[in-house]
Design a protein around this ligand. Structure first.
Ligand SMILES: Nc1ncnc2c1ncn2[C@@H]1O[C@H](COP(=O)(O)OP(=O)(O)OP(=O)(O)O)[C@@H](O)[C@H]1O
Ligand SMILES: [Mg+2]
Length: 489
């Protein structure tokens, strides 16, 4: 809203005449209509200026003050300023012995009040124009009036310079107003900017907490599955080791009974000894042991390898969040995430991986990237469960593939699930948007995936979907941060 326009002030028509000659003051007062009487010359001047129907000089409204010396002139200017009624212009005589001359007076007055418009009156060539400029500087506030005065010239100068002073004040007020408005706006903008910064900081903090909470939740969920995954091999490693332990007791007993035969002075085995040995060997079922022991050891080693793989994957999955990106093998990171999440998918889907082995290391925040893959895989499992039902014998398919596309690494997570209904498509990346029941989804997974891929990695995430056929999420991460910058440009 604009401020109401201030009430117009009467124009300032105050003029100061500085001259050591009293008669000159009277002349100025007559010309400028400040005295009661007007002269014939003045009437002529008015007629010349305004025509016969023009205003009389007496109605021009000039207020004329006099100073007989430069110093007195300066004092009057200062006093007028202090009273808040400054002069608009001054006529200054060039020669005013014994005091300051006109140029000196003007210089001193301008030092006190630079707005004053000045006409310097001269009959002599005391100063050349160049000398005057050298002292006073180039100025549009200075005019020269040669004596003897031409009345019309004086009147016109007074009118023009008083008007010029008025315009100067108006411009200054206008500029001051503009500056004040700019200051106000700047302050308002600074306030808004500060509020925005605070809000952004709060949002970042909340987002971080949210991401952390989701990670903790999924780790908690995964922990039960991982316990199961580790429990199965641990059990058969235990069983197999106990079997090998028992077999060793029998085998060592047989080997021990052969010891006497190996002594240097040993007698050949008797028939009774051989019969007993055969009985012992038959009891131990050497043939069975020869077949089963290598199997048990191989199976145990396989189990140990599986446990080791799960532990390694867990370690990689819950990668301590580094603030710096590090080049990582995306295929390996995805593999680890799938291992950790085995129990999430293995009952609902066949998992197919199609990794591009030539994919170069990709600058990544590993912990956050893994979280994104996990979120997408869990979503895929839910979408498949909704198609095949939770206890169906038939499974769906989840395919994870990677490939290099120019300066980008591309990861696709495809599922044979429900597809995303039309009405949800525009909203799935919104925080807290979910179509899942209480306890199954909170609507954070894709919002976090979007924040991690787009904001943290300068990448893109989008999807292709068909109802009844399934959905593919496509993630693209720049191999060089410069690629993202070019795309953004
Ligand atoms: N692969 C998919 N197939 C079908 N719909 C999907 C798929 N992925 C996501 N959606 C839809 O997008 C919504 C939002 O997904 P998002 O992962 O953000 O949240 P959520 O899975 O519901 O909950 P959260 O991930 O927090 O446990 C889902 O509720 C679902 O409707
Ligand atoms: Mg989800």
């Amino acid at each position: 809203m604009n401020a109401p326009a201030p009430a117009p002030c009467p124009p300032n028509r105050r003029i100061l005449v500085i001259d050591d000659n009293r008669a000159i003051h009277d002349d100025f007062k007559k010309i400028l209509g400040a005295s009661a009487s007007t002269t014939g010359a003045l009437d002529d001047a008015e007629a010349a200026l305004f025509g016969d129907d023009g205003p009389k000089a007496t109605s021009l409204g000039f207020e004329v003050d006099s100073a007989m010396q430069g110093r007195e002139g300066l004092e009057r200017v200062q006093q007028a300023l202090a009273e808040g009624r400054p002069y608009a212009m001054a006529f200054v005589d060039m020669r005013m012995p014994p005091g300051w001359d006109g140029v000196e007076t003007i210089a001193k007055i301008w030092a006190a009040y630079p707005d004053l418009q000045v006409v310097v009156c001269t009959a002599y060539s005391d100063y050349s124009w160049d000398e005057m400029i050298a002292t006073l500087g180039q100025s549009d506030r200075l005019l020269i009036l040669k004596k003897p005065f031409d009345v019309v010239e004086v009147l016109q100068m007074a009118n023009a310079l008083v008007g010029k002073w008025e315009l100067l004040q108006q411009t200054r007020t206008h500029v001051d107003e503009l500056e004040a408005r700019i200051r106000e706006r700047t302050q308002a903008l600074e306030g808004a900017n500060f509020a925005l910064q605070t809000e952004i900081a709060d949002r970042n903090k909340m987002e971080l907490q949210l991401r952390h909470a989701q990670k903790m939740e999924s780790i908690g969920q995964l922990a039960a599955g991982i316990a199961h995954e580790i429990n199965t091999p641990t059990q058969y490693i235990g069983d197999n080791t106990r079997f090998v332990q028992d077999a060793c007791v029998d085998l060592l007993a047989i080997v021990g009974s052969l010891a006497p035969l190996t002594a240097p002075d040993a007698a050949p085995p008797t028939a009774a000894w051989l019969a007993q040995f055969r009985e012992q060997a038959a009891k131990a079922d050497l043939e069975y042991l020869a077949e089963e022991i290598p199997k048990a050891i191989a199976q145990s080693l396989d189990g140990v390898a599986r446990v080791a793989k799960i532990v390694r994957a867990m370690k990689e999955f819950s990668h301590p969040g580094t603030a710096e990106k590090t080049p990582i093998d995306l295929n390996h990171a995805i593999d680890s995430t799938l291992t950790v999440a085995t129990t999430e998918w293995k009952y609902v889907a066949e998992l197919v991986t199609d990794f591009d082995a030539s994919l170069p290391p990709v600058p990544c925040l590993p912990g956050e990237f893994n979280q994104v893959i996990l979120n997408l895989v869990v979503n895929a499992c839910h979408a498949i469960t909704d198609v095949v039902g939770p206890n169906a014998a038939g499974k769906g398919t989840i395919t994870l593939s990677t490939r290099r596309d120019g300066e980008w690494a591309e990861v696709r997570v495809r599922d044979s699930g429900t597809g995303i209904p039309e009405h949800a498509r525009a909203r799935i990346f919104d925080p807290f948007f979910t179509t899942k029941g209480v306890g199954k989804g909170t609507g954070q997974g894709l919002a976090i995936a979007h924040a991690v891929i787009v904001e943290k990695h300068g990448g893109t995430i989008h999807f292709e979907t068909e109802m009844g056929q399934g959905t593919t999420f496509i993630i693209r991460i720049p191999l060089q941060p410069a690629a993202a910058a070019r795309q953004a440009a």
